[in-house]
Design a protein around this ligand. Structure first.
Ligand code: ATP
Ligand code: MG
Length: 420
């Protein structure tokens, strides 16, 4: 019996992969406009990195991590997210010594042991960005505007931006107590998870999907009414800058994040198109994380988007590439010439296909149809002796003679339909 892949671990096949390449290329292009540089981080990290940064009482650390002890007795984890690793690298390589302000982006696979379903997998992919060393809310607005710019560039008007503030280490505990007090009377309504984390992480009940938690938290106090002056000012300025550049947003005071390190501005890009998997991207400020991981006292802000979910939003769009040219050839001499011509054209940067095994012209043309090439060229004995052949522009439906010379053919193709 053939061996299959592991549940929740997907192959990304040709036909679909072009969409991924388009998403990745768009991210690189847009993020680099905003001064972000790529960082590549390893897949395996010490388990304690995630336990310390993401937080012990989070879903990720409690039940979703792929952790194991390696042959050297080291406790290691396949990264469930990127921020912790990026900050670990930022600290380890003292990037802050050259410039406290680092703007970094990454892309790659992440691993979480979750129940696989549409938009939720065990190996999934994130594209994320992080900025260190800026407290000013201009950076909050810029990071959010960049993210919205990215989605606009993909031609998507979903997802939509929602923002909130989670306060800081001064005002969050006050809010936490107010919320706990509110929930104390309704604790029997909370789901098992939220009851368990009532003490360690009561905010999670606010975005819990269970009916009981929804009911229990209806009318709960809002975090935005509990912000200290500094956090309230920061939130107000973030909004002003967002409005200043026309980045649309909605305030969602019930938004909390599943990771402990967030402070102040938090945000999600949400869609109604993917069922329960409504968050396409999410992130926020983490002003205490860098020092928590043993680095300097520097603030940070960032986000990660789920590439699978972005790809789902792009469903139905065609990103498959078409070859520039398909060459059909009749007879051995013409097939040899077609092979040489193909090779020279590829050297010139033209993408070319032939039917390697093609016997009849009919079978070659069938293959040509399958490729949906922009141009076709048919070479037979006559063409060979004349040194010219007919090149056809398949979209415009027009054709003309072209010299059987790679430079001439490449020229015709690069001029596109105008030349034909
Ligand atoms: P969710 O609420 O959907 O579980 P999350 O809060 O766990 O998301 P984050 O840790 O903030 O997600 O990760 C950022 C983004 O990564 C999410 O918005 C989502 O698009 C994507 N993502 C997270 N987990 C998965 C997964 N298991 N499969 C596919 N994409 C995922
Ligand atoms: Mg999750």
């Amino acid at each position: 019996m053939a061996i299959t892949g592991i549940k929740g671990f997907n192959d990304i096949l040709p036909g679909e992969v072009e969409k991924w390449q388009h998403i990745e290329a768009t991210a690189r292009r847009i993020f680099e406009l905003y001064g972000f540089a790529e960082i590549r981080i390893p897949i395996l990290e010490k388990t304690e990195l995630f336990a310390r940064s993401i937080g012990d009482a989070t879903d990720i650390v409690e039940k979703e991590m792929y952790s194991f002890v390696d042959k050297g007795e080291n406790r290691v984890t396949m990264r469930p997210e990127g921020t912790a690793s990026v900050m670990r690298a930022f600290i380890e390589h003292k990037l802050y010594a050259a410039d406290q302000v680092a703007k970094l982006y990454y892309m790659g696979p992440m691993f979480r042991y979750e129940r696989p379903q549409k938009g939720r997998y065990r190996q999934f992919h994130q594209i994320g960005a992080e900025v260190t060393g800026v407290t000013d809310p201009k950076i909050d607005a810029q990071v959010l505007s960049m993210l919205c710019h990215f989605f606009a560039e993909l031609g998507l008007n979903e997802p939509r931006l929602e923002i909130n503030s989670l306060g800081c280490k001064e005002c969050r505990p006050v809010y936490r107590n107010a919320l706990k007090e509110f929930l104390a009377r309704k604790i029997d309504q909370l789901c098992e998870d939220c009851t368990r984390r009532y003490d360690t992480n009561p905010l999670r009940a606010l975005d819990c999907k269970s009916a009981g938690c929804k009911e229990a938290t209806a009318g709960a106090p809002s975090v935005l009414d509990h912000l200290c002056q500094g956090c309230a000012d920061h939130f107000a300025s973030t909004r002003r800058y967002l409005e200043g550049v026309g980045t649309a947003y909605a305030i969602n005071p019930r938004m909390v994040r599943g990771l402990d390190y967030y402070t102040r501005t938090t945000f999600e890009l949400v869609t109604g198109l993917l069922g329960a998997q409504s968050a396409v991207a999410a992130g926020g400020r983490y002003d205490g994380l860098i020092s928590e991981l043993g680095g300097p006292q520097l603030p940070g802000i960032g986000f990660a988007m789920g590439v699978e979910r972005v790809a789902l939003l792009l469903d139905g769009r065609e990103f498959r590439r078409r070859p520039d040219l398909f060459i059909a050839a009749i007879g051995e001499a013409a097939q040899f010439e077609a092979f040489r011509l193909m090779n020279s054209l590829q050297q010139l940067g033209v993408s070319v296909e032939i039917d390697y095994e093609g016997k009849s012209l009919k079978s070659q043309m069938r293959r040509s149809d399958k490729f949906n090439s922009r141009f076709t060229l048919i070479i037979g004995e006559d063409e060979l002796s004349r040194g010219t052949a007919v090149i056809k522009n398949m979209d415009a439906g027009v054709q003309k003679d072209v010299e059987l010379d790679a430079e001439r053919v490449a020229e015709t193709i690069s001029k596109g339909s105008a030349a034909c």
